[in-house]
Design a protein around this ligand. Structure first.
Ligand code: GLU
Length: 291
């Protein structure tokens, strides 16, 4: 573990933070975990107060929609909703979720905005250019953009599909130098620790070789998000190739954000290895073909 590489995180200027649905909800009821949301917003505003740009990628549209429409909550149920149902749930839930974020950010006198994206936002040069301009303008204005996939209109052909990948795409588009994925796991293990007690924790990944990429198989065990370790490793590749360090850490205690940004050793740190000729739309298309 290189002490200096963690220390160096203190100097980061533009940070993307991703939080998943399972981290925002109480597992038993599906209701929002306001303690976590409040701490999350406070941590973000505190980073803003240190002069850093922050973008939040938040899942939860479908989960919040389900709760709002009083769908029965079964934490162990697998997803079996139809596409139209999910789109309708997202339409209700995204608006609700933003209402909660707006209220919390307002308490700290911080302006927040909503950006909803699809795969077209990255693949179509004009859409992408416009989105990049919007992000740039918002960050210059000191606003915290809150991003999600536009789940109300996306179908398989045009969806990114998970917010791990989406958050790395955003990091790449806005030249962020840091991406933090808050998840229901502490970081990368050599194998799924819930299945294999011998699995070893990896605190630092200097390069994403085949051995590391193989560790992405298996799932988080969560029924409310879409991201497993596989999507986190896709995110790591996008972030790294775009010149952005990435940390996967547990969302159990959201205060981990400032600890990471102070250079403390939490979660798994993936080093940036910028590739000058990295073609983001091409990479996304290749990932999509493999699914
Ligand atoms: N966009 C989805 C939602 O807000 C979540 C996707 C994900 O969890 O990766 O419900």
């Amino acid at each position: 573990m290189s002490e200096n590489r963690r220390e160096y995180l203190k100097n980061k200027k533009r940070i993307v933070i991703k939080i998943g649905s399972s981290s925002l909800q109480h597992k038993e009821t599906g209701g929002l975990n306001f303690t976590r949301l409040d701490v999350l917003v406070r941590e973000i505003v505190n980073l803003r107060n240190q002069g850093k740009d922050v973008v939040l990628v938040s899942s939860g549209a479908i989960a919040v929609g389900k709760k709002a429409l009083r769908f029965e909550h079964d934490p162990n149920a697998s997803e079996e909703k139809t596409l139209a149902e999910k789109q309708a749930l997202a339409a209700v839930g995204q608006a609700r979720l933003m209402m909660v974020y707006q209220k919390l950010f307002m308490e700290y006198n911080q302006m927040a905005a909503q950006i909803l994206m699809t795969k077209h936002t990255v693949a179509n040069p004009l859409n992408r250019h416009n989105a990049e301009n919007t992000f740039r303008e918002l960050l210059e204005m000191g606003v915290v953009p809150i991003v999600n996939e536009n789940d109300t209109v996306t179908t398989d052909e045009i969806k990114i599909g998970d917010n791990d990948t989406l958050s790395a795409i955003v990091a790449s588009m806005i030249d962020a130098d840091m991406l933090i994925l808050l998840s229901d796991i502490e970081g990368l293990y050599t194998d799924d620790p819930r299945v294999n007690p011998e699995a070893k924790f990896i605190s630092e990944v200097t390069s994403l070789d085949d051995e590391i990429l193989q560790m992405g198989k298996g799932s988080t065990g969560s029924t409310v998000g879409t991201g497993g370790m596989n999507t986190k490793l896709i995110a790591a590749q996008i972030a790294s190739k775009s010149g952005c360090d990435m940390v996967i850490a547990s969302s159990e205690d959201i205060k981990v954000i400032h600890r990471i940004m102070k250079g403390k050793e939490y979660g798994t740190l993936f080093h940036a290895n910028k590739e000058a000729d990295f073609d983001l739309p091409k990479f996304i298309e290749e990932v999509h073909q493999e699914k």
